[in-house]
Design a protein around this ligand. Structure first.
Ligand SMILES: Cc1cc2nc3c(=O)[nH]c(=O)nc-3n(C[C@H](O)[C@H](O)[C@H](O)COP(=O)(O)OP(=O)(O)OC[C@H]3O[C@@H](n4cnc5c(N)ncnc54)[C@H](O)[C@@H]3O)c2cc1C
Length: 455
């Protein structure tokens, strides 16, 4: 009899899992339960929709025909409860679905601001399509916006408001932008670029309250008592994985849903993937969350393969999830930026949780040598492990982005170049190009497989 897979989500991890299941088992029944009425779309793409660079219809990577070919039944409704013992999902309407294998991939939700006035009309976050449309609609009338928070989403909202003619005040709780991932010089590059776009940056500033008139945002009051009149207040202070379904079903949870190396969520027939899956890093043993599109795709793919495995009766999951170096190729204040691997440390005062487009691995820096080179807005930084490059940030000119992804992912042995990289005024770009050429020509080898020391 065909195995029935119920996938709760509808985002990146869910669709990747559906594809993997279909590839492995042509006869399986796949049912997707998705609470978002807009279905499956690119969440990172929402930033480019806000800036008018992408029309809304370009945010949908799958056509109705693609889904028909994938042969999934799509239920546009929220799942309300999971009963692992009965292998049953109850939907909000009360309808029940029986599953053989279940995937939880409910993503994460923005944490809003909690200051007095947070309930006023005009206080926004950016989670999904409805939020993006709402921001666009408000920009039609708004003149001034205040953005609080950090990481990528804060700047995506800043950029979106600017592109739509809204004057922006950006509040940072401390001295600089995204301090647990970027170095001081990198934060300054981004802040200078924001300044050139006309954004007013307020360091050491936070919201004390939002003042309203007639139920709508009229101004913000800062912790120093200043009043800034505005029409929109956007909070991008972090996200929290949506784990209620899993927790209420008695599955093991901490900040996310705890999964093993096969992405099983404490039950042989339940898997979790995407933003909600919290998994131990094989190198450090630390449990990690990642709020990254590519990581969600990879986890979804692995979970899907494992859900489909043993359709012949053997029942064993087939594939371990191996955490690559997390990577994000993004844009900060108009500057193309690549962040790979381990590059920062600690927490960021502007964020209460992970920000979107973020990985905890980025801020897990132990004792590592850091080397940086800068030419104008073009910047490259390497975090050097004992034998290999542990992480890198490339801002502006992206020529080194792909070579560094490969050198880091393949753990290419760079021990022979460390002294040259660490020398004062080292020609870092040329040295990295040399390492890359050696690797491509087969003249370089991989660093010893020994894991990097745990922090
Ligand atoms: C504005 C924005 C910008 C981003 N920028 C980047 C970036 O630059 N780079 C990057 O790598 N990543 C970025 N991300 C993050 C990336 O989009 C996520 O990591 C990825 O989408 C996670 O995939 P997922 O499948 O886990 O969850 P999601 O894609 O969030 O999908 C979860 C789905 O589950 C549904 N759901 C929730 N609860 C239920 C329920 N009870 N029943 C049924 N359905 C439910 C939701 O409606 C949603 O459709 C960004 C995200 C946003 C919102």
């Amino acid at each position: 009899m065909a195995r029935r897979h119920v996938l709760i989500g509808g985002g990146a991890a869910t669709v990747a899992a559906a594809e993997a299941i279909r590839e492995a088992d042509g006869g399986a029944e796949i049912v997707v339960v998705c609470a978002d009425p807009h279905g499956h779309y690119s969440r990172p793409g929402l930033a480019y929709f806000l800036t008018r660079e992408l029309p809304e219809d370009r945010l949908f990577p799958f056509t109705a025909e693609d889904f028909r070919r994938l042969d999934v039944a799509w239920i546009a409704e929220a799942a309300a409860a999971v009963d692992p013992a009965g292998h049953r999902v109850t939907l909000q309407s009360g309808r029940q679905l029986i599953y053989d294998r279940l995937l939880l991939a409910t993503g994460s939700k923005a944490i809003g601001t909690r200051v007095p006035g947070a309930e006023l009309d005009g206080v926004v976050t950016l989670d999904g399509m409805d939020d993006a449309r709402d921001i666009v609609r408000r920009c039609g009338k708004a003149k001034v916006g205040v953005v609080v928070g950090g990481g990528i989403t804060a700047l995506e909202i800043v950029e979106g408001l600017r592109a739509r003619g809204v004057h922006v005040h950006y509040f940072m709780r401390k001295d600089r932008y995204w301090r647990n991932v970027l170095s001081e010089s990198e934060s300054r590059i981004i802040e200078l670029a924001l300044g050139r776009e006309g954004v007013e940056i307020h360091a050491f500033t936070d919201l004390a309250a939002i003042r309203g008139r007639g139920g709508k945002v009229a101004a913000v009051e800062t912790i120093d008592g200043d009043l800034i009149p505005c029409d929109i207040v956007a909070a991008a202070v972090g996200v929290r994985p949506r784990i209620d379904l899993a927790r209420e079903a008695g599955l093991p949870c901490d900040r996310g849903v705890l999964v093993d190396e096969y992405l099983r969520a404490g039950d042989p027939d339940i898997y979790a993937a995407g933003d909600i899956a919290e998994i131990a890093d094989a190198r450090t043993g630390h449990r990690q969350l990642e709020v990254l599109w590519n990581a969600a795709l990879l986890k979804g793919r692995v979970a899907g393969r494992n859900m489909a495995a043993g359709a012949d009766g053997s029942g064993e999951p087939a594939q371990r999830y191996v955490q690559d170096s997390p990577i994000n190729v993004t844009r900060l204040a108009g500057l193309h930026t690549t962040i790979i691997g381990t590059v920062g440390s600690g927490a960021d005062a502007d964020l209460e949780g992970l920000s979107r487009g973020d990985s905890q691995i980025w801020s897990e820096l132990c004792e590592r040598a850091i080397v940086e080179a800068q030419r104008g807005d073009a910047h490259v930084r390497l975090a050097l492990g004992e034998h290999a490059i542990a992480g890198s940030v490339v801002i502006g000119d992206q020529t080194l982005s792909y070579p560094l992804q490969e050198l880091i992912d393949q753990r290419v042995d760079v021990s022979g170049a460390v002294a040259a990289l660490e020398a004062p005024e080292a020609p870092i770009v040329e040295i990295v190009n040399g390492l890359w050429a050696d690797w491509q020509a087969g003249r370089a080898r991989r660093a010893p497989a020994r894991p990097e020391p745990a922090c």
